[in-house]
Ligand binder design. Structure first.
Ligand code: UD1
Length: 420
């Protein structure tokens, strides 16, 4: 297994290109199952999770072909010859469950492995299943699989989500596009990735109102056609590199990044003493003077994202004063805390909140992480720490950050990948 070695203490400066959003690309690839024509996606990031989704979509019989030579354009579409999403793929990536809605609405059946638990919590899919049942699907759980069928097709329904789940909103939105009649999804999640999916579905011929709001209304159509869609820039990658600039006391230009997608991240960073300004082709991030301890609570968009919680904690660990960081989305998302403490941070967890007492300096150590965002928080801490930090289990990072060590090294970080 590869590891990443960092010699910390160098302020970063320069430019980092922000790639397409992983969490937009994954549902958009699943949306390719909705049409026999070609859905062409551009700005696809090169990540392990994307390779997993390619394999999943392809094993349903649908073509997934690279176009052009940049490796960032994929054409997806064709006949569905297999409606099973097997355990071997789903266990690697929970987002695999996003094929359920498209398969069911297009061909009337799907068999999808239950994703099970993951490092950051139990993460059930009950809201996905309940919504599909309201749309007329018969659902049975057996042998670790969801067996879903709707031989006559799905019909429209009034669905009120008990909580604004990102994945459930996406699955039900895709299912509704080909259902018979009108579907309303109330208390829908409003993440920019959902709007990106809805915009693409609309370009494929879906009839959707309320895009960007918590109430999506979909008028089902008989079929969807091909389209070309450019994936939005990754707001979590943007926020992560903003924290890299801040924690090293540097300044970075994040090319292609969109300020309007950052939601509460900009406000929290500003309170902490980090300036984020919009430019023509991205955003620029600069630490003004010292860092100040700033409280934050994770919430659905436009609140502070749970996918930025670990990175903010790394930043707060070297801020002046204390910060209280509260996690409200996932019940077990503080696994980075003991690892940050190994680097000299002073973090105590009390239930869903972590108290971070800033220290003057961190000191490098070997660390390892259990999930994607936890891993990158250790990279951030390593960039600020004195001495050497060795981050193990880099495969977590490769799921969601493209060329992380190259992008950071190009801006002055002493960072290298040690092949395993
Ligand atoms: C997506 C993101 C993930 C992010 C999360 C929250 C993708 C591929 N992943 O995950 O990076 O951290 O949103 O912003 O886009 N829940 C239920 N029942 C359900 C579905 C969800 O109880 O049927 C709960 C979950 O356990 C969790 C909360 O709802 O506590 C939010 O989960 P959800 O928004 O569904 O996250 P994901 O779509 O899995």
């Amino acid at each position: 297994m590869d590891r990443i070695l960092i010699r910390g203490g160098r302020p970063l400066s320069g430019e980092i290109p922000i790639g397409g959003a992983k969490n937009a690309a994954l549902p958009l690839m699943a949306a390719g199952l909705l049409t026999a024509e070609r859905l062409v996606l551009t700005n696809v990031p090169q990540l392990a999770d994307i390779a997993t989704m390619r394999a999943l979509v392809a094993q349903h019989g649908v073509a997934v072909e690279p176009r052009g030579n940049d490796g960032r354009t994929l054409a997806i579409g064709g006949a569905i010859t297999n409606t099973e999403a097997p355990y071997d793929i789903v266990r690697k990536m929970r987002a695999s469950v996003l094929v359920l809605g498209p398969l069911l609405t297009r061909v009337g059946e799907a068999r999808v492995s239950l994703p099970g638990g993951c490092a950051i919590g139990t993460r059930p899919i009950d809201l996905h299943l309940k919504g599909l049942e309201q749309m007329g699907a018969a659902i049975r759980l057996d042998g670790g699989y969801v067996h879903a069928s709707a031989p006559q097709g799905l019909h429209g329904a009034d669905i009120v989500l008990a909580m604004p789940s990102v994945g459930a909103t996406e699955n039900l939105l895709m299912a509704a596009t080909l259902a018979d009649g009108q579907t309303v999804i109330a208390n829908a999640a409003r993440e920019p990735e959902i709007s990106d999916l809805a915009d693409c579905l609309a370009a494929m011929g879906a009839r959707i109102e309320g895009i960007g709001t918590d109430r999506l209304t979909v008028e089902g159509v008989g079929r969807l056609h091909g389209a070309t869609h450019a994936i939005i820039p990754d707001r979590i990658e943007t926020g992560t590199y903003a924290c890299a600039a801040a924690i090293t006391g540097g300044s970075l230009h994040l090319r292609h990044a969109r300020l309007d997608h950052l939601g509460a991240v900009v406000r929290v960073l500003a309170e902490a003493g980090v300036e984020v300004t919009e430019q023509d082709d991205g955003v620029t991030v600069r630490r003004l003077n010292g860092l100040h301890g700033t409280d934050a609570m994770t919430e659905p968009y436009p609140g502070f994202p749970t996918d930025m919680q670990a990175q903010l904690m790394a930043l707060m660990s070297v801020a002046e004063g204390a910060a209280m960081i509260t996690e409200t989305i996932f019940e077990n998302r503080f696994m980075h805390v003991p690892e940050l403490n190994r680097l000299g941070a002073r973090v105590n967890v009390h239930g869903a909140s972590a108290i971070v007492r800033g220290v003057a300096a961190l000191s490098g150590a070997p660390v390892m992480a259990t999930d994607l965002r936890a891993s990158v928080s250790l990279v951030l801490a390593g960039l600020a720490a004195r001495g050497e930090t060795l981050v193990n289990r880099v495969y977590h990072l490769d799921r969601g950050y493209e060329a992380v060590e190259q992008k950071l090294a190009a801006c002055g970080a002493a960072i290298e990948r040690l092949p395993g």
